[in-house]
Design a protein. Structure first.
Length: 540
């Protein structure tokens, strides 16, 4: 490769990447909130999600931008994982638009006559409308011109090179040769961090005769696979949802690439026959653009019917400890038709819920307060309470024996008590972080003793704790109640004597009242759960 050719390749790719950046950034700014609106509202069904991914990626010319946006919306709860997966299918189809632009415009239009006016008009709009939507449109238009100028430089560089790269000797190796050029295409995308730039380079080199059609087709498959590198790098250390979306991207491109590689000779021969029958352009760039579109369409046709299976598979992977804890451990649908077993499963699951609720209460009362852990535990508990409700609904549809008539109402009552414990724990933790008690030392020490006594009570107030009995738990709660009343009297006296500001007295009484209510709800939950356990008949 001569220095002139190297300079042409580097300069052409540079212009192409610059044009892509200007085009993508300009369209993002011009679109404003349209991207969010489309992804949030237009992805309710698999087909609409697919079409949205195609449309947005075709416009902004960046599948990475669409994938990152989808990850963000999944994390924010604005889009389900299933919706994000269909958008990814569409974004891969949308990237094929680049190939068609290169093939149909780059090789058939006087690019300079199109690009230079676009750059001039775009920059004029950018300067006149700086900071406004008109300026963003101008930036996109200028990027469009630079984009095609880069294609023209690449096309001119590769035209006439012929056997310059001598790739035929690798093609004859067969499968090994094809895999080699898949790796080359993958490497180009990773190096340039843009599959569009890699495709432009491959198509212009094939169109100029520097690379044979079969070789270029293998490189196109590699470039398509290379887009997964951006998603994989973006989710290092990210959330579970982000990893699942990236894994869906890798799965789609991997399966699509494998199918395309295994059918490479058949697909190319089929395209050649269609081209001859319809008397279409015989140029290599057009054939490669059609090839790129065809194998992505095949990928969508293969995977779209199995989207639910893929989503379920991904939801079982990349799980955090919190997500694992949020999964019911005992609520198996197979035992619903056996009332005694189902009730026993319900009791054991509610005991788990109670353990998490008591853990939250202790974390809120004790020092130091760990609000993130409490918030995480509340999400876990809410998920389990919802699962308990669903399980009770299934049990209601079965025929419960008379002795278990009260089982379901009591189970729901227990779950409600523990859900209230979670709410109170979070409220206590937030209040403790926001305020600090400035009271006489003996009063502050008494408040600390009350909290410690409540935390000790919570540790023992569960049916899964050895030595638990409803009577002893009720006696311990009575002691907490007496302690609260004495402390309330002390706080009111401190306020009346001016030892503590009235506002702080009120705030402390609210906090301590919440601590007392938390203990009450824990005792009620354990008492009803114990009654549910003892009400179960022996055997079936």
């Amino acid at each position: 490769m001569t220095l002139a050719v190297l300079a042409g390749v580097v300069g052409g790719v540079g212009l192409f990447l610059l044009g892509m950046r200007l085009l993508t950034d300009g369209l993002r700014l011009a679109a404003g909130g349209a991207l969010r609106t489309i992804l949030e509202r237009w992805t309710r069904t698999p087909v609409r999600g697919l079409l949205s991914g195609i449309l947005i990626t075709s416009v902004v010319q960046s599948s990475s931008a669409v994938t990152v946006a989808a990850i963000g919306f999944v994390n924010a709860g604005l889009m389900s994982l299933a919706q994000a997966v269909t958008v990814i299918y569409g974004s891969n189809l949308g990237t094929t638009m680049t190939g068609w632009l290169v093939a149909l415009v780059g090789f058939h239009v006087d690019v300079k006559a199109l690009a230079l006016p676009a750059i001039g008009v775009g920059m004029a709009l950018g300067i006149a409308g700086r900071g406004r939507r008109m300026g963003a449109v101008g930036e996109a238009l200028a990027g469009f011109g630079v984009f095609f100028l880069g294609i023209d430089v690449l096309r001119s560089t590769f035209t006439g090179l012929g056997e310059g790269f001598a790739t035929e000797r690798f093609v004859s190796v067969g499968v090994a040769g094809a895999l080699l050029f898949v790796a080359v295409g993958f490497g180009l995308t990773v190096l340039l961090q843009s599959s569009s730039a890699a495709l432009a380079l491959i198509l212009t080199s094939a169109g100029g005769g520097a690379v044979p059609l079969e070789t270029a087709a293998a490189m196109v498959i590699g470039a398509n696979l290379g887009t997964t590198s951006t998603a994989a790098l973006a989710v290092i250390g990210a959330t579970s949802n982000a990893k699942r979306v990236a894994a869906a991207h890798v799965a789609f491109n991997g399966i699509t690439g494998l199918v395309a590689l295994s059918m490479l000779p058949v697909l190319l021969q089929g395209l050649s026959l269609v081209r001859e029958l319809l008397n279409l352009d015989a140029q290599a760039a057009a054939v490669l653009a059609a090839f790129h579109t065809l194998f992505n369409l095949l990928g969508v046709a293969l995977l779209l019917p199995f989207t639910r299976v893929l989503v379920h598979f991904l939801e079982e992977r990349f799980r955090t400890p919190e997500e694992d804890e949020a999964r019911p451990r005992y609520l198996d649908k197979n035992v619903v038709q056996t009332p005694t077993l189902a009730t026993n499963a319900l009791v054991m699951e509610l005991a788990r819920v109670g353990s998490i609720a008591r853990r939250m209460g202790q974390a809120a009362i004790c020092t130091p307060v760990r609000l993130p852990r409490i918030a995480s535990d509340r999400a876990v508990l809410s998920s389990l309470v919802e699962s308990v409700g669903d399980f009770c609904t299934r049990m209601r549809r079965s025929h419960l024996p008379v002795e278990l008539d009260e089982a379901l109402p009591n189970a729901l009552r227990v779950s409600r008590y523990y859900a209230e414990v979670a709410e109170l724990a979070e409220a206590i933790a937030i209040a403790r972080l926001a305020e600090e008690l400035r009271a006489p030392p003996e009063l502050a020490a008494e408040v600390a003793r009350f909290r410690a006594a409540t935390a000790e009570f919570l540790a023992s107030a569960g049916i899964d704790v050895e030595g638990y009995s409803p009577a002893s738990c009720a006696d311990a709660l009575s002691g907490i109640e007496k302690h609260y009343q004495a402390l309330k009297s002390d706080l009111l006296q401190a306020g009346a004597r001016g030892q503590l500001p009235v506002r702080e007295v009120v705030a402390q009484l609210d906090q301590l009242s919440n601590v007392r209510r938390l203990a009450q709800q824990v005792e009620r939950g354990a008492r009803y759960l114990s009654g549910l356990e003892t009400a179960m008949p022996e055997g079936e």
